[in-house]
Design a protein around this ligand. Structure first.
Ligand SMILES: [Fe+2]
Length: 298
């Protein structure tokens, strides 16, 4: 069985105070208590720790948590990952408790992006309070999506589709370094899904070790995006890309630069994929908008 959804993202930071303003103030998530008193734990729904920020020596994504159905599916996926020669490490009891999950493992994808697979999240049953966001679209679509980098795009594509069971949804060709004789070359940005959310993972082929390009969260109404835009202005959160509508997931969104240097997309009206639409290529990222006005620092 494939991965079900993006469950959580864990970030290491040099500047926890900036993240406190960003996670609660800008993103509008609910701060909650967790096991580590120096970390920040944010709820978007009944999952107790969708976004966790911890003090670290460098700004870095520490874990991209992918939810699987249960114990047997985790064992099947672990066997499939190990068959690729990838080292898989179980999380110990304290790490599982900190994540509020029953069982989890960690390993790196072929690009070095830190992934975790988990099942059995212990839900919070107090009502989530997000006064500046009507609701976050989560449920079986998970927390949102991530876009990661991979120096070898085809290797990462094979890993996510053949091993973790993601479905390719669409591609976007990007100009790459020209060939020795000057012929233009293109690289393929892949968008992959594992539930009704159009994409849960994007793979951006680029040199260097894997890193987070952005993560996306989705509000329940257009006003959530507008209010987030107002908060970005008020809190002086740098906007990376202006408001726009994507051509693949049809999402209306804008991007800001997080305190970690990578981007965060705040959107609404993402496409739900319910059929088995053949893979297609998009030739523009947006119908309108999404103009770059700042660039990430990573
Ligand atoms: Fe995105």
């Amino acid at each position: 069985m494939p991965v079900r959804s993006l469950g959580y993202v864990r970030i290491g930071t040099e500047d926890i105070d900036a993240w406190r303003q960003f996670g609660g103030g800008f993103l509008g998530m609910m701060e909650d208590k967790g096991d580590n008193p120096t970390s920040l734990y944010y709820r978007m729904d009944d999952h107790p720790s969708r976004l966790v920020i911890s003090v670290a020596a460098e700004n870095k994504v520490e874990a991209i948590g992918l939810q699987v159905f249960g114990k047997e599916e985790l064992a099947e996926l672990v066997a499939a990952v190990e068959q690729t020669g990838t080292k898989v490490t179980p999380l110990d009891a304290a790490e599982c408790r900190d994540r509020r999950v029953t069982e989890a493992v960690r390993f790196d994808d072929p690009a070095g992006n830190p992934l975790e697979l988990f099942w059995g999240v212990a839900l919070s049953h107090t009502e989530v309070q997000t006064p500046t966001v009507s609701s976050f679209v989560t449920g079986e679509q998970g927390m949102g999506h991530v876009v990661v980098t991979a120096p070898d795009g085809p290797a990462a594509y094979a890993f996510y589709t053949e091993v973790l069971g993601f479905r390719p949804r669409n591609t976007l060709r990007l100009p790459g370094p020209p060939a020795a004789d000057g012929t233009p070359q293109f690289e393929t940005l892949w968008f992959l899904g594992c539930n009704a959310r159009h994409h849960t993972v994007g793979i951006l082929p680029m040199p260097g070790p894997g890193r987070l390009v952005h993560f996306m969260v989705e509000g329940g109404m257009l006003d959530d995006v507008g209010r987030a835009w107002d908060r970005a202005e008020k809190l002086k959160v740098p906007v990376m890309q202006t408001l726009g509508r994507h051509t693949n997931d049809k999402m209306v969104s804008f991007y800001v630069i997080s305190p970690g240097g990578f981007a965060v997309e705040f959107g609404y009206d993402g496409l739900r994929v319910t059929g088995d639409e053949p893979v297609y290529e998009i030739t523009e990222g947006a119908f309108w908008g999404h103009k770059f006005i700042n660039f990430p620092t990573l």
